[in-house]
Design a protein around this ligand. Structure first.
Ligand code: XMP
Length: 435
């Protein structure tokens, strides 16, 4: 391992992730660990140059004020204590200052002057380290990965291909609810360009059959999720000699799942789902990366920008954008209108400016006129939103000429559609998706 590391001990500060990111932005790798980690456990971590004891207002757990394992005071690491009455520290401050600049100054002086750390954290060294770690963990065994084509699973795949080549078996399940061209691009990039060991499973008909006449959104989600696991499991059972399962777990998944001091923001769904008798060990090479670092890693590994900067796409895919009970006709209308929207947004340079944009087709028709005759067809609803964390969202104010061009194309090119609407509702009270 080449990179130096600063460890942040989580004593209930809300700034743990912010501080970790700031240390990394100085070019020094940083990880957050529980407040009571033992010196023995710390000593296993490579190249620790210093420790930040990061106290904060959530420092009382179950009525007891938490403290560090006092052994770390004797372990010989340079220590910076924030808002914490610790015994022997090289530096203490009452609290982090207000501005980012002031915080960075404190970190710079601690990291480089006190700890003498080297700024040697970058994507090249991360990838080199991970390749070595993966090879050490996996040996000559095989690793299985569900490759959806999303950013995280794509970057994991590229990293594992670099580390162990054909020992990685990727399974791409097309549930029939993918966007236009999406499965094709997964095959093009991974099978054709990176020469991955890729199994493509077209399970479209199977999913659509299960979803027939199901109109409740939660029920639809459950069916899609459960069916996905079933298909993946069937593929896994067909394969022999697989010992590992790779997952695109990233740092926010861990942090948001709740540390000892933080409230659970949302539970982490990446893990689990497969029956225990399959008995895989996990390989999670992106475990310590933030989303922007995952993207940088993907670019460094040579993945196309369109894949690395892909907008978020829900697991249940177009299934929750074809409202109510899914029909082939309306699913096709969602897929085709979404493709037109994406194409026109890219042409207008909006694909890099708008956080998420898609179309929705409801399960009712409206009256119109087409070719001089009365028509009774579906509307397409355009949704385009900007947000930081998806908890709240504002609508993107798209220029009329762009909207009119998209509308014109949808009405001409997408069958069974006679009306286009633009959803201008913020979240809350609306949600980003319609279901
Ligand atoms: P809402 O509709 O809750 O969406 O405002 C917030 C973000 O979450 C995405 N989303 C999902 N992602 N499975 C997912 O993986 C889902 O069932 C799901 N539902 C919503 C949505 O696209 C938006 O980015």
């Amino acid at each position: 391992m080449k990179q130096d590391m600063i460890v942040i001990l989580d004593l209930g500060s809300e700034k743990n992730t912010d501080i970790a990111r700031k240390v990394r932005s100085l070019g020094v790798y940083s990880e957050i660990h529980p407040h009571d980690i033992s010196p023995e456990k710390l000593s296993i971590l490579p190249n620790i140059k210093g420790i930040i004891i990061n106290g904060g207002k959530n420092n009382v757990v179950e009525g007891v004020k938490i403290d560090v394992n006092h052994g770390i005071y004797e372990a010989g690491y340079p220590l910076l204590a924030v808002n914490h009455e610790s015994a022997k520290c090289d530096r203490k401050i009452d609290r982090w200052p207000e501005t980012d600049e002031e915080i960075k100054d404190i970190l710079k002086s601690f990291v480089f002057d006190t700890c003498q750390a080297e700024a040697n954290w970058n994507m090249k060294s991360f990838i080199a380290d991970q390749v070595e770690l993966i090879r050490r963990q996996v040996g000559d065994k095989k690793v299985l990965l569900a490759l959806s084509g999303g950013v995280d699973s794509s970057v994991v795949a590229a990293l594992l291909i670099k580390a162990i080549g054909k020992q990685l078996v990727c399974v791409h399940v097309n549930h029939g609810l993918m966007r236009k061209g999406e499965s094709e691009s997964v095959i093009e990039v991974f099978k054709n360009q990176l020469e991955a060991n890729l199994i493509y499973v077209d399970a479209s008909e199977r999913f659509l059959k299960k979803l027939e006449n199901v109109s409740d959104p939660e029920q639809k989600r459950k069916i899609i999720g459960a069916e996905f696991i079933r298909v993946f499991e069937e593929e896994a059972r067909k394969l022999e000699g697989i010992d590992f399962l790779a997952q695109g777990t990233i740092y926010p998944d861990i942090v948001e799942s709740g540390t000892k001091t933080a409230q659970v923001v949302k539970s982490h769904h990446n893990v689990g789902g497969l029956p225990e008798d399959l008995n895989f060990s996990l390989v999670e090479p992106l475990y310590h990366l933030f989303k922007d670092e995952v993207r940088a890693c993907g670019l460094e590994l040579g993945l196309p920008e369109s894949m690395v900067y892909r907008q978020p796409f829900p697991g249940p895919g177009l299934g929750v954008r074809c409202l109510g009970a899914i029909t082939k006709e309306r699913l096709e209308a969602v897929r085709e209108s979404d493709a037109i929207l994406r194409e026109e947004f890219a042409k207008a340079g909006l694909d890099k400016k708008v956080w998420q944009y898609f179309t929705v087709v409801p399960d009712f028709k409206s009256v119109g006129v087409k070719d001089g005759a009365r028509s009774f067809q579906y509307p397409v609803i355009i949704r385009a939103v900007n947000t930081v964390d998806a908890m709240t969202a504002d609508i993107a104010q798209i220029d009329w000429p762009v909207l009119l061009r998209i509308t014109d194309r949808i009405l001409k090119e997408v069958p069974h559609v006679n009306r286009v609407c633009y959803d201008i509702s913020p979240k809350p009270p609306a949600t980003i998706e319609w279901e």
